[in-house]
Design a protein. Structure first.
Length: 344
């Protein structure tokens, strides 16, 4: 074997313990580097805590027989990990619910970042584990069913203006955007203007926008959202400003020659938009608009839509149907509505 090809080979076999140590280390360091580059993590003390957490997690995974790899990690493995560490008293290995939540979020973020780097679907084991443990999931909340977080009037108006600047308007010079930029803004517009989840947005097809029967010819006024196994297929109204942007996106999409069945594809050839990629794009839109992204901000947008509809007098059962959730879950909004709340 010549030296050129030898130099391109990895130092360790990925299946070996040494190879797995390197994979764990590389996944964390690449995530950390990006976080520091975006200034999401600034303090050295935070870096030290995250690194200690990851090293403890790595040591446990590679101490199992057979080894627990990042690709094969499951919620069952995480149950065993938590059980194995139960009772340790040192401050950095405390197993309070808040610490467990912070640790699991770290694992989830590193896994999602790694998947995005490799353009693969992420391993959601940590997120699934959090969902299965309400005592941990709501550890940072003052109430086990926390109040919905929504945009203020100023934030919503600012975001709508930013999103709407992507479409041509009389008397204004259009903003020069790529088709991906318009896609990103239109997708965020449907989260705020139609109450869609990120998963809803990725599942929409070209048949989803409904223009027939609307007030303006050709402008979508509602969307048909496919069922996903946890919520039924449904139709939900679209705010007029979001419908205008969606109409513009359909024009841009056609002019750019984007193919495929998905309304918001990842590539010009029509590949589906991966979860982590869409999350990054949505967060960037919110940051560019000057809105606090807070984990991507997607559910703040959805809650703002729900609050707006309820404040307008729409029946909670109707809003629940539009959101694709059980009507009993609307009670959390009732705890906010008696307060002096303004939404647009």
């Amino acid at each position: 074997m010549d030296s050129k090809h030898a130099a391109s080979l990895p130092l360790f076999d990925d299946e070996s313990p040494a190879g797995q140590i390197e994979l764990f280390r590389e996944a964390f360091e690449q995530w950390l580097q990006d976080q520091q580059g975006m200034r999401s993590i600034r303090r050295e003390a935070s870096v030290s805590v995250y690194r200690d957490m990851w090293e403890a997690f790595t040591a446990w995974c590679l101490g199992q027989s057979p080894l627990v790899t990042l690709a094969a990690l499951s919620p069952v493995d995480l149950d065993s990990f938590q059980a194995a560490r139960f009772g340790r008293k040192t401050a950095d290995l405390s197993l309070t619910p808040r610490y467990a939540l912070r640790l699991m979020r770290l694992i989830d973020r590193v896994l999602r970042h790694q998947a995005a780097q490799q353009d693969q679907a992420p391993n959601t084991a940590a997120a699934d584990w959090i969902d299965a443990h309400p005592d941990v999931r709501y550890a940072d909340a003052a109430h086990s069913d926390p109040l919905p977080d929504y945009l203020s009037v100023a934030e919503a108006r600012s975001l709508i203006a930013f999103l709407s600047a992507a479409r041509p308007r009389p008397g204004l010079t259009p903003v020069g955007l790529s088709w991906q930029d318009v896609r990103n803004r239109a997708s965020v517009a449907l989260q705020l203007g139609a109450g869609l989840t990120p998963g809803d947005v990725r599942a929409l097809t070209l048949d989803s926008p409904i223009s027939e029967g609307g007030r303006v010819r050709g402008r979508p006024w509602k969307v048909s959202v496919p069922g996903d196994g946890t919520s039924p297929a449904r139709e939900t109204p679209v705010a007029s400003w979001a419908g205008e942007l969606l109409q513009h996106w359909l024009t841009v999409r056609a002019e750019a020659g984007v193919s495929g069945m998905f309304l918001f594809p990842s590539t010009r050839t029509g590949k589906p938009w991966l979860k982590d990629s869409q999350y990054v794009c949505a967060r960037q839109v919110l940051e560019d608009a000057g809105v606090d992204s807070r984990e991507g901000g997607s559910f703040r947008l959805r809650h703002t839509f729900a609050m707006r509809q309820l404040r307008r007098g729409t029946a909670p059962e109707t809003v629940a149907r539009w959101l694709g959730i059980d009507a009993t879950k609307m009670k959390r909004y009732e705890r906010v509505l008696p307060l002096p709340v303004e939404v647009i």
